[in-house]
Every structure is written in structure tokens, then in C-alpha cells.
Design a protein around this ligand. Sequence first.
Ligand code: TRP
Length: 404
Amino acid sequence: MQFLAILHNRNRPYCVVFVLLFFCLEKNVYFCRQFKIKDKIEMGKVILTGDRPTGKLHLGHYVGSLRRRVQLQNAGDYDRMFVFMADVQALTDNADNPEKIRQNIIEVALDYLAAGLDPEKCVLFIQSQIPELAELTTYLMNIVSVSRVQRNPTVKTEIKMRGFEGESIPLGFFCYPVSQAADILLFKSTTVPVGEDQEPMLEVTREIARRFNQIYAEVFPEPNILLPENLTARRLPGTDGKEKMSKSLGNCIYLSDSADEVWQKVRSMYTDPEHINLNDPGHVEGNAVFTYLDAFSCDEDFAAFWPEYQNLDELKAHYQRGGLGDMKCKKFLNQVLNKFLEPMRERRAEFEKDIPEIYNILKKGTAQAREVGAQTMDEVRKAMRIDYFNDVELIRQQAEKYAK
Ligand code: TRP
């Protein structure tokens, strides 16, 4: 009523102008913000991902993310792509065994190159050699709470697995999700291709990005996780049929295994314990051989190695009916695996001939990554108002204050 009264009095024209002006300003601010945010995020697609260098990479890594990374790299649909060795993170639970990390840098680098990552197309670098990452981690720690990190299911599982109970959790280990957020944000990553166990890390990272942008200034895009395309690829079981392929369980097929080693492992793979006689009906669920075939085989493999069947469904049907032996399936799986492992072995052998060159590739990649990181840190310091020496205005104001 009061509003209407105002509209009816003689101030009406002013009111209308005022309301209109206010509306325009609001809209304008809104559009600017939208535009700014959009502009920043669409500025480019930045892909970033990494692995802890605690051992050679295995088939689980391959289907879980390595294969996808190589596809992404070759599709070329990005502005920048970074793949790095997370040695700082590896040290958070290997403080007493740095040698293990040191030895595995080269293994992982060789696996990357053998799998087809190309240093001309993506930047390969070592985490510990980028001091900006440590610097950013420090600042990000101020905008995350202890309880937020404590809730992280991946950290919880790892604490149990490593036997860190209560008092013995290393602080650095506890904080690694923040350090991982820094890995992702320092390079303004938009796309992070990782396994689903990394989802909680991405969630924290997005929260941190949002908080930072809100408190200081719009610096970071909110990154998205890019999960493996199908369920088997997300969690490849070990050769023993156990839930996960993992070095500590000793159930891995490594990308660098020889043809002979692969066959030995495939030959003794876990199948269906109830499939004793050839004519017994077999189960494909929980049968590691079939899970691997799900993850790795395609119709062309049948045409090339086992034309009796057109595709995996036909093979499964026969196995389930009975009358199909495990050994035949294992021989096929072995061929399927070797089809992509053999070219990798050959590439690896080539790269192994010049190890100093591998370190050189990593050194160059690290220098490139540092350059990008340093740029972001300039923005971060500016946003956080800790760019004292670059802030001429600050120095002038302070001088003025004390000149009186
Ligand atoms: N936590 C990841 C792993 O265990 C490794 C990692 C560290 C990472 N920093 C990252 C992955 C940043 C993606 C982005 O495999």
C-alpha cells in the first residue's frame, strides 16, 4: 500500500527512474558476473591427472584411466593436458621409504610413454618439483575444516588399510586431499580423468574452488571428474578374482610384464569354482576371465582370434550352457591382452634405451608446468592481498599515512 502511495505522489517519475536504474545495474552486474565466470571457465579445457609413483602401472590403471588419457590426448580437444607423478602424495604414507618413490618415478614414466602419452601433446611432470603446489596447499588449508577432511571416505578407507589409527595418522597424509585440490587448481584444470575412488577428492576440490572464489576473487574454475566409461573399467578385479587389482594383494598384471609372465598369470586366473567338468554350466559373474573380457575385448578380437563366436555375448552363452573349457577362454584372453600389451612392450623397450632422455622429458615438462603454476600463484597472491611488493598503491598509502 505504501509503495502504491509513493507511486501516486508527485515523486513518481523519480521513483520509476530509480527503480529502472536499479534494475539495470543489478542486471548488468549479473551479466558481467555470468560473463566473467563463463569466460574464465570456457577459456579452455584443461585436463589434469596423475598417479602416485609407488609401483609399476597395471591393467587396473590402464582401463581405469590410462587408456582414456591417451584417447583424450589424441583427440586433441583441450587447450592443455597435464599428467604428473604425485610423489609428494606418495610420500605422505611412505615417509620412511623415499627410495621406493625415487625408484618408481622412472617406472611410471616408462609406463606412460609406452602407453602412448606423448610429451609433445601433454605435459609430463613431477609434483615435488613444483614449489608453487606446496605454497597453494598452505593457503587452501585455511579454507577447509578438519572435519571436512575427516569425512572423506577415501581417506577413511586408506587410514584403515594402512593401519594408521588415531594418534599415528601422519598430518601430511591427513591433509593430502587439500594438496590434491592444489594439484588440480594450480593448473586451473577443468577436467580430471580418474577412477571413482577419487570422487570425494574432486568434491572437496570443487568446494575449495568455490570458497576461494567467493572469499577472494574469481580465480579457479570448478573442475569436473571424468569417470571411466563402464563399470568393469572402474574397478578391475585382481587375477585372483578379489575385488581390486592392487600391488599389495599381489594379483596384478603389469603393463610391463613379458608375454610369458602375462600368460602365467592368465593361466592361473580365478574363474568359476563350480565349473569343474567341461560340461558343467559355468558362471560368468564374478569370473575374473569374463570380467577381463568385458573390460578388454571387442568384436574384432573375435574375428581375429576366435571366429567361432561373433562377440562376447555368444561366448558367454556357450560358457553358461556348459561344454566350454576355461583354458580356451584363457588363451583367448591372453591374445586379447597381448594385442595392446605387445606394442606397449616394444615402445617401452625403445624408451628404455635412453633413460637420461626420459628424465629430460620430465624436466622439460616440469619447467612448463611451473610456468603455468607461477602465473596462477601471481593471481592467487593478488586475490589474497599478499602481493605486497607489486602493490604500488599499498606502498603509496602506507607512505602517506606515515608522512603525517
Ligand atoms: N590420488 C591420486 C591417486 O591415488 C593421485 C593424484 C594426486 C591425482 N593428485 C592428483 C589424481 C590430482 C588426479 C588429480 O591415484
